[in-house]
Design a protein around this ligand. Structure first.
Ligand code: TYD
Ligand code: MG
Length: 453
């Protein structure tokens, strides 16, 4: 055994042999802290699986798609790219109280009901608390095993003994490893614990889901490095005041990262929402200015969302800009186009834009809807009932084509939208449908006539 004294940046996790006031890794000030780490001398184990260390022709590797373990919740499988890959490690991050433990317990419940041995390791809650939640969720399988532990070494021994197919570790911040002399949740602990767990999983036949809390700034507490260490990172988001929850992949070594999963929190656990458009539009006010519906593509699925804008003023000095679910550079661009091409200067007005339901309307295809909602609020006129607005807005005020137009329109027609405002260049590729009027627009100056009664 060898004890080393290292200096670890609490922001980015980079290690240095000596103390320094400014981290050379991320540039943060006063973030480097002295930490003692004890290591076994023969610690040269690589962080790779059984195939590591051998030079092979790439054609000798089997290219069969990996078997994925489906997790019972379709929306969770969708985000993971079909299911859980064996020997993979997934980090599930989110605010405290958002429903991470509930989500993962439900996932394990389904696996254990199918006869797979699952282990739920909690370093945060007591066995009684877990039992209460399990009762609430209707979990009754004897293959759903629990372990109350927050030390790494006994956990590793138990994994060896029990050999579960799927393990949940709730949460990485509650665990500590003897060899690191700092408190649980510190960067050095998180990094060491995660590193050893990942090493163990790669050498086993299990898969692991790790819960990670996020800090107030929205980053996963602990080193950014944690995201690089695991195979998949998903964020569980939502507003605690609302029942909607959105699961979003930000990294996935085994699938796309564009898919989202939508859930609703009920009294007896999370229910998947297979029809998010209906949910996002369910509380939409009728005939109110500033409200426009657009069609977004979230991965392979079109989702209709309401965009709301509120423009007030004039105010003294520079107006405020607040956006939720829309990027502020995008809003600035649209306001500049509005000033130049429509002669509407909102510099001294407060502007608020919101993509309803916690969705992110960051696709360029949402531009025209944001633009239309601003215009509708400025002139204080509701847009015509039953209209869907899609299109990207260019700097010279031109309306540019969007991808997968037909999918977006079909979703809108299914939900009763009968007037589709879209880029003129997208019109020719569309099949005409009975009682649906397709209105092609070339420039933002064409919008005003098409938008209002
Ligand atoms: P939890 O899964 O404990 O959140 P996290 O692990 O992310 O901290 O769930 C938190 C909230 O969800 C809690 O306030 C209670 C609520 N909840 C329900 O509304 N219904 C349920 O069935 C369960 C289990 C929890
Ligand atoms: Mg929890």
């Amino acid at each position: 055994m060898k004890t080393e004294t290292l200096f670890v940046c609490q922001e980015c996790g980079k290690q240095f042999p000596k103390w320094m006031g400014k981290c050379q890794g991320c540039g943060a000030w006063n973030s480097v802290v002295e930490t003692k780490i004890t290591r076994e001398i023969s610690q040269a184990k690589p962080l790779v699986d059984a195939d590591g260390g051998i030079v092979l022709p790439i054609t000798d590797i089997s290219s069969e798609p990996q078997q994925k373990l489906t997790l019972g919740l379709g929306e969770l499988n969708r985000v993971l790219g079909g299911g859980l890959v064996r020997r993979s490690v997934v980090l599930v991050a989110g605010d405290p109280g958002i429903g991470k433990s509930t989500l993962l317990m439900q996932a394990l419940a389904n696996l254990s009901a199918r006869g797979l041995k699952t282990l739920y390791v909690s370093g945060e809650e007591s066995a009684e608390q877990l039992r209460l939640r399990a009762d609430r969720l209707g979990i009754s399988s004897p293959d759903f095993l629990i372990l109350i532990e927050n030390r790494l070494e006994p956990l590793v021994d138990k994994l060896e003994q029990v050999q579960p197919a799927v393990i949940v570790i709730d949460s990485i911040q509650s665990f500590s490893c003897q060899d690191v002399e700092s408190h649980p949740g510190s960067v050095s602990q998180v990094r060491e614990v995660a590193g050893r767990v990942i090493q163990r999983i790669k050498a086993s036949s299990s898969s692991c889901l790790i819960v990670g809390h996020v800090t107030k700034e929205g980053a996963i507490a602990g080193p950014k490095m944690l995201e690089h260490m695991v195979d998949t990172v998903v964020y569980f988001e939502g507003d605690r005041g609302h029942p909607f929850r959105i699961l979003r992949a930000v990294k996935n070594r085994f699938g796309p990262i564009s898919e989202i999963g939508v859930f609703q929190m009920h009294e007896f656990g999370l229910e998947e929402v297979t029809n998010p458009s209906e949910l996002f539009l369910s509380e939409r006010p009728e005939a109110v200015s500033g409200s426009v519906v657009t069609g977004l593509m979230e991965g392979s699925r079109p989702i209709l969302t309401e965009i709301q804008a509120l423009v007030t003023g004039p105010v003294l000095g520079q107006g405020r800009r607040t956006c939720i679910g829309v990027e502020s550079p995008r809003l600035a661009l649209l306001l500049a186009v509005m000033e130049k091409r429509l002669g509407l200067n909102l510099g001294d007005h407060d502007v608020f834009v919101n993509a309803v339901g916690g969705i992110r309307a960051t696709e360029p295809a949402a531009d025209l809807a944001v633009f239309a909602s601003l215009l509708s609020s400025v002139v204080d006129r509701p847009i015509r009932a039953g209209s869907l607005v899609i299109g990207e807005v260019g700097l010279s005020g031109e309306i540019r084509r969007v991808s997968r137009c037909a999918d977006r329109i079909n979703e809108a027609v299914r939900l009763g939208f009968r007037r589709i405002l879209l880029p003129v260049s997208d019109v020719s590729g569309l099949r005409s449908q009975a009682d649906v009027s397709i209105i092609g627009l070339q420039r933002v100056t064409d919008l005003r006539d098409a938008l209002f009664d």
